[in-house]
Design a protein around this ligand. Sequence first.
Ligand code: PGA
Length: 250
Amino acid sequence: MRKKIVAGNWKMNKNLAETKTLLSELKTNLQKAREAEVIVAPTAVNLYMATEELQQVDIKVAAQNMHQAENGAYTGEISADMLKRVGVETVILGHSERRAYFGETDELLASKVSKALQHDMTVIFCFGEELQDRKSDNHFAIVENQLKNGLFHINTEDWKNVVLAYEPVWAIGTGETASPEQAQEMHAFIRNTIAKAYTQQIADEVSILYGGSVKPNNANEIFAKPDVDGGLIGGASLDAESFVAIVNAF
Ligand code: PGA
């Protein structure tokens, strides 16, 4: 059975004090017995504090980005080893904001994926089409290419450390969500693409999250779709009450 996961991508929000407050609200309010695994991704300077805070708690911490080199003269960057040493085992790669604002290409992402997997980290690999791709009915081809070019170089065994996040760019932070049917259609396509490139078993076992304006009032119908295994939540993850409600939507 594949895992259900709800991950909160806090982006460049929440300073030290605010991060502490949100973590403690989540610790208090998230039920111990829940269907979904919970992951939070605070900004890099707060990762160490977050892993310390959450040591005894079943909430994982993810980084929002990582460099592809082992170490070296890359001013401002953070390596996989550095993340691991502060207790971070998961990294989000390929978020559309990284692709759009920081010029991250499929080729670069492929090397980041390899480095993270080499360090036995879990990768939450994000991808998704832009509005013009959907309007021109190109969305399946775009998604297939993003997967092939950024991810499909990995080995069969690596898939146990991969989570996918389909995030149509037109739905991120816009208040516009893909309909549950649109999400299901794309998630089924993604699973099928993996089955063709690898095996049906790998396709059946990988968790595919949906991201893009998931809120407490729409999470339930999106998560109810058979190929949607959870969500990557931006805006609504910044407020404990709404994030907890989304986690409880399973
Ligand atoms: P959003 O962001 O929930 O604010 O649309 C999702 C994301 O960027 O992962």
